[in-house]
Write a protein that binds this ligand. Structure first.
Ligand code: FAD
Length: 495
């Protein structure tokens, strides 16, 4: 017999709640620990998982498999074509390998919660015990409540409770170690030879594959696995965190932020490990603004996971504040395409969209600028942008992405009021003051000097502008602003 751990977005050995519990149980029952990952094509399709994220997952799984093998623990990657078959395939796998308990960390999306609830029931009938754990957040969702016993729907009061809770309850003090080696007497290598011998993992479907060139390029840009996550965190603590508050909004400054989001999304690093490392790194008892500011961003991640769990309607294409459902959107495919291609004629928007297309990542400030531009300037439905981001981002995470889009479209928690509309020009001047970010990503503008970089159409002469081969702005911001105000007011019945 065996005890199993099912890896999901928790692709690490250290500080992994379910893996640790599975290892403890295996030890106490005197049976081997074995591991599973489900590679489900339909789930990737249904969740718009980007090829870059799937590629990063496969690379992280290779690291994980090698690390587990050193502990005599096998990892099997189970290919699933039809997501309705996931439960059957998992149960069959358990039966085949004599699994009496399967441990996994919870996923909070509606489909995944339903799947796990059904598995729990079906497992009982087949004598397989399923154990699910909270793991992805620093503070388990639903623990923090307001004075009236409700879960929070606004970030600041949530953070005010979250921060002292984290420090006082020491929920980051004792992190789970990596599981111990399987006892050699149990001869896992022999019993589970077929699991150990899986040398190649399933290929994603063609629509979800990166070209070979992109695959090599992104592997260099975004090295995968738990060890890389730890070294990236170390570098950020040494070089970035103390200046984080001053630089976090500046896309033109390299390493102004940690670029760890893809590791948090894949679970190659736990948020608890990150907070623990920040606390250890801070030399003073009270955190400086950089350390404090970064921990606050980690709290945002916890907050949005909690919102997802307590508001399942956000998983169903609905606005968090449902009254925003009545806003009337435009349907210009041409505008959407130009936004996607970074050809809107707004340099900061175009730079950001090209960064996304190339690196499968975008700076947070730019995510806000391009999202606001899509929903308020182009008046296109935020859900189109949300989906496109998931299809591109290497760090695509439903809770943070959905919340980010709903924040920008004003329908989410703590949302920008609908009448606060980003001006792409002033955002550009403020956060990319010298235009270096724009010059890097928009080669047509690489020789434009001074303030004209932010607004070449109006600040250069007609002939100078024509020579650049850069598009005219697709919409006038002043007109777009007025239109958005009108549409939101009407949609909300505030006319
Ligand atoms: P840092 O500034 O170093 O922050 C550290 C960590 O804190 C991040 O890695 C992330 O896990 C968390 N964090 C930071 N800001 C936020 C935030 N606003 N919301 C939630 N968590 C945050 N983040 C994702 O991880 N996946 C997404 O799919 C995603 N989509 C977004 C879409 C939009 C429209 C917006 C406005 C934001 C989105 N974010 C998303 C949040 C944020 O932009 C990224 O987490 C951040 O840019 C990642 O870079 P970093 O790791 O250098 O962040």
């Amino acid at each position: 017999r065996a005890i199993a751990h099912w890896f999901r977005w928790d692709l690490r050995l250290h500080d992994n709640t379910a893996l640790h519990r599975a290892a403890e149980s295996a030890k106490s029952h005197g049976v081997p620990l074995i591991c599973l990952y489900v590679f489900s094509h339909e789930d990737f399709h249904a969740h718009y998982t980007s090829p870059a994220r799937i590629d990063f997952t496969l690379r992280s799984l290779r690291v994980l498999k090698a690390d587990l093998a050193k502990l005599d623990i096998p990892l099997w990657v189970e290919e699933v074509n039809d997501r309705k078959q996931t439960r059957t395939q998992v149960l069959n796998w358990c039966t085949k390998w004599g699994v009496s308990e399967l441990h996994a960390n919870m996923e909070y999306e509606v489909d995944e919660l339903r799947r796990d609830t059904k598995l729990l029931r079906e497992g009982i009938k087949q004598d397989i015990a399923f154990h699910f754990y909270h793991d992805t957040c620093v503070v388990e969702p639903l623990i923090l409540r307001s004075g009236t016993g409700r879960t929070y729907s606004v970030f600041t009061p949530f953070f005010k409770q979250w921060e002292p809770y984290v420090y006082k309850n020491e929920c980051v003090a004792n992190l789970f170690p990596s599981p111990p080696k399987n006892n050699p007497k149990l001869k896992a290598k022999d019993t589970f030879r077929d699991l150990f011998s899986q040398t190649s993992f399933p290929d994603p479907l063609p629509a979800k594959q990166l070209s070979q060139k992109d695959s090599h390029r992104l592997a260099k840009l975004w090295p995968a696995g738990e060890h890389e996550a730890k070294s990236r965190l170390k570098v950020f603590l040494e070089n970035g965190i103390s200046k984080y508050s001053d630089r976090r909004d500046r896309p033109d400054i390299e390493n102004g932020t940690s670029a760890l989001s893809l590791h948090f999304a894949a679970g190659t690093l736990s948020a608890r490990q990150a907070v623990r490392a920040v606390l250890d790194h801070s030399s003073t008892r009270s955190l400086d603004s950089g350390h404090h500011g970064w921990i606050r961003e980690i709290c945002f991640r916890d907050f949005y996971k909690t919102i997802l769990l307590t508001n399942p309607h956000v998983c169903m294409n609905k606005a968090y504040h449902e009254e925003y459902h009545n806003v009337i959107w435009e349907y210009s495919e041409e505008h959407f395409q130009r936004w996607v291609e970074g050809k809107t004629g707004y340099p900061i928007v175009d730079a950001a969209m090209r960064q996304l297309a190339s690196n499968k990542y975008m700076h947070n400030r730019c995510r806000m600028i391009v999202a606001s531009f899509l929903c308020k300037d182009l008046m296109l439905d935020w859900r189109k942008g949300e989906k496109y981001f998931m299809e591109q981002l290497i760090d695509g995470d439903f809770a943070s992405n959905n919340a980010g889009w709903q924040f920008c479209s004003s329908s989410g928690t703590d949302a920008q009021p609908y009448f606060r509309i980003f001006n792409p020009l002033s955002q550009s001047e403020k956060f990319d003051p010298n235009g270096d970010y724009i010059r890097h990503w928009v080669p047509e503008l690489s020789n434009v000097q001074g303030k004209a970089i932010h607004e070449p159409k109006t600040r250069l002469s007609a002939s100078e502008f024509k020579k650049l081969g850069y598009p005219d702005p697709i919409i006038e911001h002043k007109f777009a602003r007025e239109r958005a105000l009108e549409r939101y007011k009407t949609g909300l019945g505030r006319n």
